[in-house]
Design a protein around this ligand. Structure first.
Ligand code: FAD
Ligand code: NAD
Length: 477
C-alpha cells in the first residue's frame, strides 16, 4: 500500500514550500513533491521565485545598480572612481551562490519543523482520482503516495511566442535572461511588463543598448497612470528605449544576431539585436498535473479553478499561487499557502487579494496597493486624490533620489483609502504603510494624523495623505 500523508503539496515554490512548513507546524504529516532541477543538475526546492525569478533577478538588479551608481551617480556626492570595471561572470556567480543558499535552506527548514519534519520528494507529480499522487522520479521510476489533503502549487511557466522560440542562447526566457555572462551590445526585449523592465534595467545599467517592444499603446497599464508616466520619464532618461504599440510578427536568427520585424503606428520596422529576451507573461504550469477524473477543473487559461478559500471542485484538493487566479506574485502564493494549511487544520484562513502589494524593482522603484484612478472611474466610485513629489522631501534631496512621488486615493465621502501608488527610491519598503492602513480600513486622515519621522522618505506618505484634504505643508495645494 502507498504511504499516506495528511497533506501532500505538489510544487516547492514560495506557495508550496511555505504551505508544507505551516502544515507540518500544525502537526500534519506532510510531503512536498517538486520537479525543479537547479543549474547544478540536482533537484532544487524554491520554484521559480528562488531559482529563476525573484531572488536571482534582485541579485543582478543590485549588482548592476552598484556598478551604475559607481560610474554615474557617485560623482554628484563628490566621489569618483577611475577605471571602474565590471566582471559579469562574477556577478552571475554571486547570484548563483545566493540562489543555492536559499534553495538549500528550504531542506533545512523542512527538517527544522520540531518533531514533524516535512518529507521532500523529488519528481513530477500527477494527481489521480481518490487523492492518489503518482510521482515520476528523475531516474524515471514511478512511485505512488496518497493524501487526505492535496495542495496544488505547480506555479507558472513563461509564455512562448510561436515566432520567437526560446533557445536560451539568443532568444531568452526568464531563466536564460538570468544567465547571460557578457554584456550584449544590443538587447531586445519583447514585453514592457515587470520582467522586461527589471531585466532591461539590469543590462542597460551594465551598458547594453536596450530596446523594449510593447504591444499595448499604453505604458504599464496595470499601474496608476500618473505613476507610469513618472516612471516612463525616468526610464527614458536612463536610455531605455521603450517602443509602445509595437507588434512583433517575426524573428530570424542570422549568425549571432536576432532580426525582428514589428509593426507600429508608422508601419513595418526592423530591429537587429545580439540577444532577445521574451517576457510577455506567464501561464499556469498545469500540463500533466491532473489525471482524468479528479474532479478538479481548469479554466480557459489552464488555471486551476478555486473559490475564495483556494478550494477546488474536488473534496480535499486545494490550489494556490501562480497556478490559480489572482496576481502571479511570490508573497500572494505564500499567504495562500499559509491560509490553506490553516484551513486544513481547522483554523480560520483567508487572503485578501485587494491588499496584495505590487512592486517593480526598477530605479525608481514602482509600488502600489489597491485601486488605480482608472479602475475607480470604470467602477463609478467617487474619489479624491492627494499626491506629493519626492523632490520636495528633504531626505530624498539629501540622498539625491528626487524622482517620483506618492499618490493616495481615498473615497470622496468616507475618506477610506482605496489605493496607494508610489514611484521612487525604497518604495518597495514604504508601500507596506499603505497595505497596513488599508487592511485596517484606514482613512487618509488616519495617515495624515500619524507622526512620521523626519527626515525620512516616508514623509512623502504623510504629505500625500495631508494633500488628499488639500492641506499638505510643503507644497501648494
Ligand atoms: P513556482 O515558484 O513557479 O513553483 C512551482 C514549483 O512547482 C516549481 O518548482 C515547479 O517545478 C514545480 N512543479 C510544477 N508542476 C509540478 C508537478 N506536476 N510535480 C512536481 N512539481 C511541480 N514575484 C514577486 O512577488 N516578487 C518578485 O520580485 C518577483 N520576481 C520575479 C522575477 C522573475 C524573472 C520571474 C519569472 C518571476 C518573478 N516573480 C516575482 C513571480 C514569482 O516568481 C511567482 O509569483 C512565484 O514563484 C509563484 O510561486 P508558486 O509557488 O505559485 O510557483
Ligand atoms: P507581464 O504581464 O508583467 O508583462 C508582459 C507584457 O508583455 C505586457 O505589458 C503585455 O502587454 C506585453 N505583451 C504581451 N504579448 C506581447 C507581444 N506579443 N508583443 C509585445 N508585447 C507583448 O509579464 P512578465 O513581465 O512576463 O512577468 C510575468 C509575471 O511574473 C508578472 O506579471 C508578475 O506577476 C511576475 N513578476 C513579478 C515581479 C515582481 O513582483 N517584481 C518581477 C517579475 C515577474
Amino acid at each position: 500500500m502507498s504511504e499516506q500523508f495528511d497533506v501532500v503539496v505538489i510544487g516547492g515554490g514560495p506557495g508550496g514550500y511555505v504551505a508544507a512548513i505551516r502544515a507540518a507546524q500544525l502537526g500534519l504529516k506532510t510531503a512536498c513533491v517538486d520537479a525543479f532541477i537547479g543549474k547544478d543538475g540536482k533537484p532544487a526546492l524554491g520554484g521559480t521565485c528562488l531559482n529563476v525569478g525573484c531572488i536571482p533577478s534582485k541579485a543582478l538588479l543590485d549588482s548592476s545598480r552598484q556598478f551604475h551608481n559607481l560610474t554615474h551617480s557617485f560623482k554628484d556626492h563628490g566621489i569618483s572612481a577611475d577605471n571602474a570595471r565590471m566582471d559579469v561572470p562574477a556577478m552571475i556567480a554571486r547570484k548563483d551562490k545566493i540562489v543555492k543558499q536559499f534553495t538549500g535552506g528550504i531542506t533545512t527548514l523542512f527538517k527544522g519543523v520540531k518533531g514533524n519534519p516535512v518529507t521532500p520528494i523529488a519528481g513530477f507529480a500527477t494527481l489521480k482520482p481518490g487523492k492518489l499522487i503518482s510521482i515520476k522520479g528523475h531516474d524515471g521510476k514511478v512511485a505512488e503516495i496518497s493524501a487526505r489533503n492535496v495542495i496544488l502549487a505547480a506555479g507558472s511557466v513563461p509564455i512562448e511566442l510561436p515566432f520567437a522560440k526560446y533557445d536560451n542562447k539568443l532568444i531568452l526566457d526568464n531563466a536564460g535572461g538570468l544567465d547571460v555572462t557578457t554584456v550584449p551590445k544590443r538587447l531586445g526585449v519583447i514585453g514592457a511588463g515587470v520582467i522586461g523592465l527589471e531585466m532591461g534595467s539590469v543590462w542597460r545599467r551594465l551598458g547594453s543598448e536596450v530596446t523594449i517592444l510593447e504591444a499595448l499603446p499604453e505604458f504599464l497599464a496595470a499601474a496608476d497612470a500618473d505613476i507610469a508616466k513618472a516612471a516612463a520619464r525616468e526610464f527614458k532618461k536612463q536610455g531605455l528605449d521603450i517602443k509602445l504599440g509595437a507588434k512583433v510578427s517575426k524573428t530570424e536568427i542570422k549568425g549571432e544576431e536576432v532580426h525582428l520585424t514589428y509593426a507600429d503606428a508608422s508601419g513595418e520596422q526592423t530591429l537587429v539585436v545580439d540577444k532577445l529576451l521574451v517576457a510577455v507573461g506567464r501561464k499556469a504550469a498545469t500540463a500533466g498535473l491532473l489525471a482524468e477524473g479528479t474532479g478538479v477543473q481548469l479554466d480557459e487559461r489552464g488555471r486551476v479553478v478555486v473559490d475564495d478559500h483556494c478550494k477546488t471542485g474536488a473534496d480535499g484538493v486545494w490550489a494556490i499561487g501562480d497556478c490559480v487566479r489572482g496576481p502571479m506574485l511570490a508573497h500572494k502564493a505564500s499567504e495562500e499557502g499559509i491560509a490553506v494549511a490553516e484551513l486544513i487544520a481547522g483554523l480560520p484562513g483567508h487572503v485578501n487579494l485587494d491588499t496584495v502589494p505590487w512592486v517593480i524593482y526598477t530605479e525608481p522603484e514602482i509600488a502600489w496597493v489597491g485601486k488605480t484612478e482608472a479602475q475607480l472611474k470604470a467602477e463609478g466610485v467617487d474619489y479624491k486624490v492627494g499626491s506629493f513629489p519626492f523632490a520636495a522631501i528633504g531626505r530624498a534631496v539629501a540622498m539625491n533620489e528626487t524622482a517620483g512621488m506618492v499618490k493616495i486615493i481615498a473615497h470622496a465621502e468616507t475618506d477610506r483609502i482605496l489605493g496607494v501608488h508610489m514611484c521612487g527610491a525604497n518604495v518597495s519598503e514604504m508601500i507596506h504603510e499603505g497595505v497596513v492602513a488599508m487592511e485596517f480600513n484606514g482613512s487618509a486622515d488616519d495617515l495624515a494624523r500619524i507622526c512620521h519621522a523626519h527626515p525620512t522618505l516616508s514623509e512623502a506618505v504623510h504629505e500625500a495623505a495631508l494633500a488628499v484634504d488639500k492641506r499638505a505643508i510643503h507644497k501648494g495645494n
